[in-house]
Design a protein around this ligand. Structure first.
Ligand SMILES: *Cc1c(COP(=O)(O)O)cnc(C)c1O
Length: 372
């Protein structure tokens, strides 16, 4: 028997979310972010579906991820965000993001050596404080533009908090980016593509669209905003969460009142109880912060997690379930069953984290099944 956790990935939902982004942005080019194994959804299947749906570019964090997509037969342009390895980008026909002159020079040298012209995008740090040119920006871009073997096909920047209630800083970042674009245009440097908008900005900042957007999370149908942030709830409701996590019970036990459940005896039954033992634990990415602090769906009802989450197992209290549970019942950890829905954002809130971490953690170890 295998581990129980299954990630069901609805590729039609991802395609639908992609179309929704096209609609919202009025048909801007979409750079579909499929880093971290497509946020835990499986990058090969997801990337194929996104390319079929019309994604103009794919984007990953490291060259290895791009290499895997190339080996899977994906020919779409791939932007590599954080790994401008000259050998890999030329071997696999990738578009590196250039964050400084030194990197540009090493790419230029390798491109020249191979008598190739390499398309690159340049990253500007307008306030994220992570990567990108941060000082003498225009001068550096001009100097990179003069390097042999390189062609600047894009200029990009990244938001630090487009998901915040207060968008003042995000707007400052946009104005810095616009100023640079203007300065470069005066020097006759007009790269064809400018991109800045992540998922939050796609929803909250239309002035950040330029001519391409770069969403990840929204493609997977989770919200980049806090659960309580109702400002954008109607627009967010047009997206469909693509990942569901299901598991099964390894045991269903009737236990007497006063029975401690799991490590540390943090939950003790107050009455005779029906306890389900689920095949999922923190080794499956089901975080320990869900101990006594999450619900799952069984037979269409919300059922509480009781006691500490273990490495491979977690207990739930089925005593109050309306229709008697059996050992073969499906348990929904995240996703829909009947009228109930557990979102990645709900789990994120309970674990004091963001939906990104929930998706990548739960998606990573689960056996994947794709729905078309
Ligand atoms: C991850 C990432 C994105 C996508 O962000 P989302 O919030 O998932 O839309 C875009 N750009 C860069 C540079 C990233 O690292």
């Amino acid at each position: 028997m295998q581990r129980g956790a299954i990630a069901e990935i609805d590729l039609a939902a991802i395609a639908g979310n992609f179309r929704e982004i096209k609609k919202i942005t009025n048909n801007k080019k979409v750079i579909a972010v499929v880093k971290a194994d497509a946020y835990g959804h499986g990058s090969e299947a997801v990337a194929k579906r996104l390319v079929e749906s019309g994604a103009d570019f794919l984007s990953v964090a490291f060259c290895d991820e791009a290499k895997a997509l190339r080996l899977a037969g994906i020919k779409a342009p791939i932007i590599v965000l954080f790994d401008p390895d000259p050998k890999d980008v030329l071997d696999y026909n990738l578009i590196p993001v250039v964050s400084d002159k030194k990197v540009a020079l090493s790419l230029s040298t390798e491109a020249e050596k191979r008598r190739r012209v390499l398309s690159v995008h340049i990253k500007i740090d307008t306030g994220m404080g992570r990567l990108g040119i941060i000082q003498n920006t225009a001068e550096d871009v001009v100097s990179i533009a003069s390097m042999k073997g390189l062609i600047i096909d894009g200029l990009m920047s990244h938001f630090s908090d487009a998901d915040a209630g207060d968008l003042t800083f995000a707007k400052l970042q946009i104005s810095r980016f616009k100023d640079l674009i203007k300065t470069l245009a005066e020097k006759n440097l007009n790269p064809p593509i400018y991109h800045m908008a992540n998922s939050a900005a796609v929803i909250s900042l239309s002035e950040s669209y330029f001519n391409a957007v770069r969403p990840g999370l929204l493609l997977y149908g989770a919200s980049p905003f806090e659960l309580s942030d109702i400002n954008f709830s109607s627009i967010i409701s047009r997206f469909t969460q693509a990942m569901s996590i299901k598991t099964r019970l390894v045991a269903l036990r009737k236990v007497p009142a006063g029975t401690p459940i799991s490590y540390g005896r943090t939950f003790v039954t107050k009455r005779e109880s029906l306890i389900g033992v689920m095949s999922i634990g923190y080794a499956d990415g089901y975080c320990r912060l869900f101990s006594n602090n999450a619900e799952v769906l069984v037979r269409g009802g919300r059922i509480p997690v009781v006691g500490k989450v273990c490495m491979d197992l977690t207990m739930i209290d089925l005593t109050d379930i309306k229709h008697l549970a059996t050992e073969t019942d499906e348990v929904i950890i995240m996703g829909r069953q009947g009228d109930e829905f557990i979102s990645a954002n709900e789990l994120a809130k309970r674990a004091n984290t963001i939906s990104y971490e929930i998706l990548t953690s739960l998606g990573r170890f689960a056996q994947k099944r794709y729905l078309n």
